[in-house]
Design a protein around this ligand. Structure first.
Ligand SMILES: [Zn+2]
Length: 345
């Protein structure tokens, strides 16, 4: 996911775009040797002398391997275990013959660790999650404990929106952790849905903040159609058809729209922290280029996608730093305006 304002906007758009690429057949699983191995493994429960207890075959021809608890916790069943074991063996053969790694079922051959399918992507997704936890906590602490407050609460008018954005991002990265731990249809569905929800809300936030919409009625007018569309889209994906192509179009349009809002706003408003906005934007674009260079995992762990997740960690910290700067700058302006009004009165 994944996993997600600029970090939300492009991170999620690219995440979904790449997840879409994960679908469909790849060179590895088109290989007849691999197919034969998986078929034989699923029917016999064994590959050569090694048999897998998750297969529950009535008669094992070889040595039965007791399944470690972490494999059942991470839901490695017979078909997935057979695929992984056959992939590993086939890749060893290919390496010995001087061949390069190939993808299987849309994914590079990663070395799992304690049942975790893509350890590096999981670790970096966790760091993104903690970056949002830290960012949201730091923002709320600044707004409620460091900045002056009026009778009705903080002066900054966008506290609620940024809070919801932070919570949605945390939720989204949680499902990115789960999805990269084990790629199953249910995990994929949650990862996509949470990413779409966060991306959709980021668009509402981008429009509301950049156009400085403060009245409840105007906010409802912006939010209602967006929320209606996002909810319908998520229902369509989960209950009608999981259309990767259509989903990609929806996410790219939402991502590019909010990018445009922030970019133009950063120039027009001459915001004191506009450099941070630009850095996050350009940094995200740079990380995207890295992602486009799709190479096999270095050391069986670090592929372009996991490094993309690594790259978004500092961008997330910088983005929350901008959000805090925005709260400070806006509060300072409103306090000064209040003091001026009192003097005039
Ligand atoms: Zn990911």
């Amino acid at each position: 996911m994944a996993d997600r304002a600029w970090p939300p906007l492009f991170v999620i758009a690219v995440e979904i775009l790449l997840l879409a690429l994960f679908c469909g057949a790849s060179a590895g699983d088109r290989d007849p040797s691999y197919r034969d191995c998986v078929e034989s493994c699923q029917s016999s429960g064994c590959i050569g002398d090694l048999c897998f207890s998750s297969c529950n075959a009535s008669t094992f021809s070889g040595k039965k391997e007791e399944e470690p608890i972490y494999l059942s916790i991470t839901r490695w069943d017979c078909p997935s275990e057979c695929r992984y074991q056959c992939m590993t063996r086939r890749e060893d053969e290919r390496a010995l013959a001087g061949g390069k790694p190939v993808k299987y079922h849309g994914k590079w051959p990663f070395d799992r660790i304690y049942g975790v399918q893509e350890p590096a992507a999981v670790f970096f997704s966790l760091l993104n999650l903690f970056a949002h936890v830290w960012g949201l906590g730091s923002f709320l602490s600044t707004v409620y404990y460091e900045l002056p407050r009026g009778r009705k609460g903080p002066y900054y008018e966008f506290v609620g929106l940024w809070t919801v954005y932070g919570l949605l991002s945390i939720h989204s990265w949680f499902w990115s952790v789960v999805f990269h731990t084990r790629d199953t249809p249910v995990h994929e569905s949650w990862d996509y849905s949470s990413a779409v929800a966060t991306l959709g809300f980021s668009l509402i936030l981008a429009i509301t903040r950049t156009l400085s919409i403060k009245t409840e009625a105007a906010r409802v007018m912006v939010s209602a159609p967006c929320i209606g569309f996002i909810a319908t889209h998520i229902c369509y994906l989960n209950f009608y058809e999981f259309d990767y192509g259509w989903n990609m179009i929806v996410c790219v349009v939402m991502g590019l729209s909010q990018l445009l809002f922030w970019l133009v706003w950063a120039i027009v408003s001459k915001h004191p922290s506009r450099l941070k906005v630009w850095t996050v934007g350009l940094g995200t674009l740079g990380a995207m280029l890295l992602e486009l260079y799709d190479f096999p995992p270095l050391g069986g762990q670090f592929d372009a996608h996991s490094l993309w997740h690594l790259g978004t960690i500092p961008l997330t910290f910088l983005w929350w730093s901008f959000v805090k700067d925005d709260a400070v700058a806006r509060t300072s302006r409103l306090v000064k305006r209040n003091q001026t009004v009192k003097k005039v009165e």
